[in-house]
Design a protein around this ligand. Sequence first.
Ligand code: UT7
Length: 345
Amino acid sequence: MPRAAITAVGHFLPETKMTNFDLEKLVDTNDEWIRTRTGIRERRILREPGKATAYMCSRAAQEILDQRGIDPEEIDLIIVATVTPDMLFPATACLVQHEIGATNAWGYDLSAACSGFLFALSAGARFIETGAHKKVLVIGADMMSSIMDYTDRTTCIIFGDGAGAVLLEPHEEHGLVDFVHKVDGSGGEHLRMDAGGSLHPASHETIDKKMHYLIQEGRQVFKFAVKGMSGVAAEVAKRNNLSGDDIKYLVPHQANLRIIDATANRVGIGRDKVMINIDRYGNTTSGTIPLCLYDWEAELRPGDNIILAAFGGGFTWGATYLTWAYDGSQVPGALERQQNTLEEA
Ligand code: UT7
């Protein structure tokens, strides 16, 4: 059975930046509080009328097609992880399929909040490993600004917009090796959006009560996130006999720098081996992990041991162990990206 390997990475980030200083003008907060409590300096916001999550996904997917010279007709499957689809249906994956001209692909959306990309990656990998498909696009994207209450200082300072995409292809040696995925629905109440689904369809009342905005009990989620994300990352490392020294990079969901540090500690690695871009993009929900892979692509070499880890609403959480399949420094533009990342860090 072949492995399912990540063989290309693409991204899209809106140009508009919203800094902590911009937020100081909207809510009672300050740059120092946000930086020390979360690690965030600024985030990106999509402010182009008529453009939303599907647009960001399509741009990320198109970057992969262009970079690799792949005909869109070669794509077999598109899985989009998101909690901010353009609409409830059609699925974002269908909009992306049409936009990029992937006329032979099928696809679907997967809703698992911040763990969405990891769960979608596992799903996509099975279609490669079984031989059903040769090229699967897995995209993690969220336009969190569309469900943000910019009068609620406990949430609006955290989230941003962005998309990351990877291509999965069969590989003889490298690719996804193992995963630990979990959900615990008893935590659902702590991080949610109440209206817009079948329980509370949009009405004057839901609008008046601000039920179309994300609600988070930060402290509760924080506690579970530290335990959950560090627990699964350590578990997947241990059962694959990986010590801190064996791991080239930990790629954590970017929710809070303190949660990231706790996970790195538990896995036994220093910050130099952790991909961190929360300072520049905030929490893009499904987008965080592929956006990290995009920024650090030039550092990655065949055989590198990588652990991805996430925690999010649901609760959902998980970790994935994979070995990298290609020399990222050979990808056009990747070295420049890496340079920018280092300079801005
Ligand atoms: O990605 C999905 C999963 N999500 C997460 O993993 C997020 C997990 N949670 C967190 O990251 C953190 O809980 C937050 C960043 C949301 C909040 O940080 P915290 O250290 O847990 O703060 P807190 O909620 O305990 O609040 C501490 C104080 C409170 O004031 P009092 O009650 O001590 O007087 C808050 O009212 O900070 C206040 N506060 C703020 N002050 C300035 C809350 N938000 C702000 C703010 N600016 N934006």
